[in-house]
Every structure is written in structure tokens, then in C-alpha cells.
Design a protein around this ligand. Sequence first.
Ligand code: NDP
Ligand code: X2W
Length: 343
Amino acid sequence: MKVSIIGTTGYGGAELLRILYRHPEFEIQSIHSTKEDLPIWKEYPHLYDVLDEKLQSINSEKIAEQSDIVFLATPSGISGKLAADFANKDIKVIDLSGDLRLPPDTYLQWYKHEPVNEDLTVKAVYGLSEWYKEEIKRSSLIANPGCYPTSALLSLAPVVKENLIDPASIIIDAKSGVSGAGRSLSRNTSFSEANENFRAYKVNEHQHTPEIEKQLLLWNKEIKPITFTTHLLPITRGIMTTSYSQLLTAYTTHQLLELYKEIYNGHPFVRIRPENSFPSVKEVAGSNYCDIGLHADPRTGRLTIISVIDNLMKGAAGQAVQNANIMCGFNDETGLDFVPMYP
Ligand SMILES: NC(=O)C1=CN([C@@H]2O[C@H](COP(=O)(O)OP(=O)(O)OC[C@H]3O[C@@H](n4cnc5c(N)ncnc54)[C@H](OP(=O)(O)O)[C@@H]3O)[C@@H](O)[C@H]2O)C=CC1
Ligand SMILES: CC(=O)N[C@@H](CCC(=O)OP(=O)(O)O)C(=O)O
């Protein structure tokens, strides 16, 4: 099957190239950004002598004629317009941005951009692969989840769905590497500001808050607003989310781990760690894994869940390709069976 990427010069686009270059079922048909006629290796010299493709201008008619799938690895505000352009064309669309994940009024409130037409957000399936597989299979338009929501939702889903925690007690403390902010220059992500530093940002204002709450509420209508704090880690890749919640019954760590293992059985990208093993970001780097470790504290009755992903893989390009696999009837793992890079 033929695939195109728009936003190829960004970090999400580059990660899509890395995966799709070796994918046994997908062939890269064309790559696009606002730059034209430039060999991709000039933007990314690590691709020298690997990929000769040149960047092309964005012509949705032509892309839809030539490709079966288009990945939109473009900023929010741009992606939505591109998704609208492709809406009535014969091509599957997977959008990595936040533009299709929220209802228009919520989007405007948190993203402060003009929302897309509601028809599009209603049509788009939320691409949290492990939880919406049947819907993804039937869809031609995917709202790929945000990086933080992927990590938070995969780790909270079992206890929220099974109603095991106080629905008003969820606190999510999240940390991301700098590549999460994309390739554009900004003061907070510059070397001198980020290196050997650790800061909280967008406190109580992060645009992924309503995305997480929306999904938690779909799973359990009693869920109350969450506290969600994001931090910038002085590393390149990786997200760790630590969630705290109050258990409704005195479940043991062992009982909860058994539940998680049962729920994620058959989902190879979610690895539930054994008792007393807590994942670190490096243990999933370069892979599509989400690793989860948890502990129920008998002293406080609180549950601590630690979840890690690579923001560019399970948090973006990896999950996007997993969704493309599902849409095309391939095994989830096709072209994604990377072992993490360690150390
Ligand atoms: N980085 C991450 O970890 C994650 C990112 N995402 C989302 O994925 C998307 C891509 O992120 P990321 O790769 O980090 O971002 P980057 O800033 O690294 O890349 C953005 C890309 O969009 C292109 N672009 C910018 N403006 C336009 C335009 N007007 N028309 C067409 N293309 C344009 C840029 O290309 P050029 O300048 O050459 O035109 C570039 O290729 C974003 O929506 C982001 O929120 C989601 C999950 C995780
Ligand atoms: C480290 C860092 O800055 N990360 C970005 C992730 C943005 C993102 O993924 O954008 P969407 O809203 O389109 O999903 C942030 O926190 O805003």
C-alpha cells in the first residue's frame, strides 16, 4: 500500500520515515512540507544515502490519487484544514495533531485556534489502538491521540473502567523529553534553558487535559475533573506519567497487577511490569511499547501508577502506524517490532 506524509521535516514526520522505510506492507509514495524540491537528507543528514526522496508541495488531489493513506504530521491549526481537504477523497487519513480529538467549543477553549467543522470531529475515530481497535478498523479518519494522553489513558483505563478508584481523586504528574515540543526553536526548549533543568509548564492549562477527561468520562461517567501537571525533562525522548488515585477497596498490588495483565493480554505493546518493577523512560526508547508499573499503598489506600512511552513512537508516529496497520487489516506489530535502544 502506498503512503504519503505531510509534515515530513518535523520530528513526527522523521519518525514516520524511520518506521515506514522498513515497513513490509507500506511503501512511501511521497513526502511533503512547505519546502519543495528539497531532498529529505538535506533536512535530515542521517538519511543520506538511505532515502533519496524529495519534498513535494501539498496537493491534496494528487496525494489522494496516488496514495492509500496520508499521515498528517503537521501542527494543530494546519492539520485540521488538511483533514478537511481530504475529507471527501478516497484516502485514509491519520492526523497526529490535536485538531480532530475534541468537540469544537472545547478545542477553541484549550487550543485557541479556529476549530474544524464538527462533522469531521464526529467522523474521526480516536486512535487509542488498544481500546478502539474495532472502530479504527472501520474508519478512514483517525485522530491519533496526544503523547501525554496515550501514556495516562493506557495506565488508568483498567481501574477507571472497573470503577476501582474514587472518581474525584485522579492526579496525573507527567514529564516529557524536549522532542515532544517539535523541531521548531523556542526559548524553553533551547539547550541552555532545558539542559540540567527541570520545569513545570502550562500548569492547569495544558491542552491535553480535556482529551484525557473526555476519554475517562467515556469509560466511567462518574469521573470528575483531573489535576494534570506537565514538566519538561532535559532528555530528548520519553514521557513518564505518574498517576495517583484513591482506591475504593483495599486491593493489593498483586490483585491489581493480575487485573492489568488480564486486560492487556493480547496487546503486545502494553507491557505490565511484575511487582516492585517500575519502568524508566529509557526502557522503551525507540520502541512502540507502553510499560506500566503500579503499587497500591496499604498505608494511604492510594494507588500509584507509573507509565512510560517514547513520545515519538507510541506517543505519535508509532501509534499512527499501528493504527494504519489496523485500518488495513495487518497485524498491529507489522513494521513496529523494534526492541528499545538501551542504554
Ligand atoms: N513531537 C511529539 O512528540 C508529538 C507531536 N504530536 C503532534 O504531531 C504533529 C507534528 O509534531 P512534530 O513533528 O513534533 O512538529 P514539528 O514542529 O517538528 O514539525 C511540524 C511539521 O509541520 C510542517 N508544517 C509547518 N507548517 C506547515 C504548513 N502551514 N503547511 C504544511 N506543513 C507545515 C513543518 O514543515 P516545514 O516547516 O518544512 O513546512 C514540519 O514538517 C503536531 O501536531 C504535534 O502536536 C503528537 C504527539 C507527540
Ligand atoms: C514537551 C512539549 O512541549 N510537548 C508538547 C506536546 C504537544 C503536542 O503533542 O501537541 P498536540 O496538542 O497537537 O497533541 C506540549 O506539551 O504542548
